[in-house]
Design a protein around this ligand. Sequence first.
Ligand code: SAM
Length: 216
Amino acid sequence: MAPVDNGADRLVAEQLRYYRARAAEYDATSYRAVPAERDSVPAIVDRLGISGDAVELACGTGIWTAELARHAATLTALDGAPEMLALARRRVPPSVRFQQVDLFDWTPTSSWDVVFFSAWLSHVPADRFGAFWSSVAAALRPGGRVLALDELPARSFHEDRIDDEVAVRTLQDGTTHEIVKVFWAPNLLVNRLASLSWRASVTPIEHDWFILEARR
Ligand SMILES: C[S@@+](CC[C@H](N)C(=O)[O-])C[C@H]1O[C@@H](n2cnc3c(N)ncnc32)[C@H](O)[C@@H]1O
């Protein structure tokens, strides 16, 4: 019997369809198009002190992938959208491995010293949060670190929001799509992760972004 679809299933499926359709215009309509934001990416990655084997989740068009590749001994990049993966592949050295993975149905078969994701945590709905972090725990080697970048609540004015979890995005062709968009307050995020046995800290950085660092 087919599983019963609920609102969260519909929303995460629509979110992935939205990013597949947005891939070709992503660099022109994301922070990549804002020079001050785009130009700060290499220095932010330099500050993270990344070494060893790394995996990037939801790599998109490879804006961060290209910088992570300068530091990691090996780099694997995952995304659910083949259109995103194709664009990211063009941006990085051939040593970077790519895999198409639905992160809401991900059982890691390898483990890494660093698990990195940018602009992904805010797309994880509350009812998938625990399962997502279980997958991340399975992907992390003992002593490893999660490093994630996302937007502080101060940036929520950019969004056409329906409620605390759902926003509406419009593509250049005029089509509209509902996606998950959660603006985490740092203290709530740290406490939520503590309830899942993560030791986490959140550091606000430029552009009202934050860096999350988490360990088991
Ligand atoms: C906001 S973009 C972030 C891309 C990149 N990390 C960056 O900062 O530019 C979100 C990414 O999540 C990917 N994505 C959406 N749903 C996904 C899913 N269920 N599994 C894996 N990736 C997904 C999209 O294809 C897109 O590349």
